[in-house]
Design a protein around this ligand. Structure first.
Ligand SMILES: Nc1ncnc2c1ncn2[C@@H]1O[C@H](COP(=O)(O)OP(=O)(O)O)[C@@H](O)[C@H]1O
Ligand SMILES: O=P(O)(O)OC[C@H]1O[C@](O)(COP(=O)(O)O)[C@@H](O)[C@@H]1O
Ligand SMILES: [Mg+2]
Length: 324
């Protein structure tokens, strides 16, 4: 009987459980044995393998996090540990490894193909949505919804005290969350690492808005640009001459990454998981599944490397129009 293994790697993202469930159930539907690997590549090195049957993934579609646990594992950067990982997979009789991960995990997985000819299938997840080659990664929709929920609440204080609020959202290298949250929450200014602009432009936007009669301002900043604290301090200094209600900041942090996955994330995670298994059944390997123009497709895993996925510039401009 063919045996597949599944793991989650890198930062957790809402919808991972729904995806594991889909891989396990589709695997059994197509008469495959399914093994779960705990703690991502760490569990691969330490052989933390568990058998997964359809009933083992009951009651998890609605849960955030990953019941298989996740990790960032430094040792996987070294050949000797990747060798141990593949030996463990082969000893267990595993025929293919399904990696639910981001761009980093895909690079690690691809080395198993290159160095040991071990078949892998990548399923893209990350709240950052920055994996090249797919329009969408599991977890992004929930993260943006979480951020917007929080900004809606912050706006109450911002309006009541006529204050400037800086809200720091996640995205170490990427502005997808910031941009989407900025549009959906009506932020005055959105700062993202992909399209930087100088501080005086931000100050100007706030001043112009006040001139137009707007008495509060929300600035959304991706953590990859600067911390909310830093931006708030600079704004505080620059806006001193004006009679504003002060500048405050909030760091949304990990609340963005947790909690119940949205319907969209559950459905995409389910589609990705089932499609990944079906592609494998049909003889494909060393691929990633991806969303492209609303359709789930597969492409070579390597497509995701070496290129940076950038937010649409038109979305960035849209935000400027909407702040009028
Ligand atoms: N270039 C690489 N070579 C080997 N393993 C890697 C590489 N990049 C990442 N990994 C492995 O994948 C794990 C997750 O990567 P990371 O970039 O943190 O998350 P994500 O997959 O979500 O982007 C790392 O902790 C490491 O074990
Ligand atoms: O969990 P950590 O190590 O603090 O990582 C924080 C980073 O992880 C993320 O939440 C998501 O990263 P990945 O999904 O690529 O692993 C980033 O937005 C954030 O910068
Ligand atoms: Mg990443």
């Amino acid at each position: 009987m063919t045996k597949i293994a599944v793991l989650t790697s890198g930062g957790d993202a809402p919808g991972l459980n729904a995806c594991i469930r889909a891989v396990v159930r589709a695997g059994h539907y197509y008469n495959l044995q399914v093994i779960g690997i705990k703690r991502g590549f760490k569990g691969l090195i330490e052989k933390e393998f568990v058998s997964l049957k359809p009933r083992d993934v009951s009651m998890i579609i609605n849960r955030g996090g990953t019941f298989l646990l996740s990790a960032r594992e430094e040792r996987f950067h070294h050949y000797e540990y990747r060798k141990v990982a593949v030996e463990n997979l082969r000893k267990e009789g595993i025929d293919a490894l399904f990696v639910i991960g981001g761009n980093g995990s895909f690079q690690g997985a691809n080395l198993l193909v290159k160095e040991f000819d071990f078949p892998v299938i990548g399923i893209p997840k990350t709240i950052d949505n920055d994996t090249y080659g797919t329009d969408y990664t599991i977890g992004f929709d929930t993260a943006v919804n979480n951020a917007v929920d929080a900004i809606d609440k912050i706006r109450d204080t911002s309006v009541s005290h006529e204050r400037v609020f800086v809200v720091e959202v996640m995205g170490r290298k990427s502005g997808f969350i910031a941009l989407a949250a900025g549009i959906a929450s009506g932020a005055d200014v959105t700062l993202i690492p992909e399209y930087p602009f100088p501080m005086h432009v931000i100050v100007d936007s706030i001043l112009q808005a006040r001139k137009r009669g707007k008495r509060f301002s929300i600035v959304v900043v991706a953590e990859g640009v600067a911390s909310g604290k830093e931006i708030a301090e600079i704004l505080s200094e620059k806006l001193k001459p004006y009679d504003f209600g002060g500048v405050r900041y909030s760091v949304l942090g990990y609340i963005q990454r947790g909690g119940t996955p949205t319907v969209y994330d559950r459905i995409i995670a389910s589609r990705f998981g089932v499609f990944a298994v079906e592609e494998y059944i049909n003889g494909k390997k060393n691929i990633m599944v991806a969303l492209e123009n609303g359709k789930v497709v597969s492409k070579p895993l390597e497509v995701s490397f070496g290129k940076v996925k950038k937010p649409d510039l038109s979305d960035f401009e849209l935000n400027n129009i909407l702040t009028l």
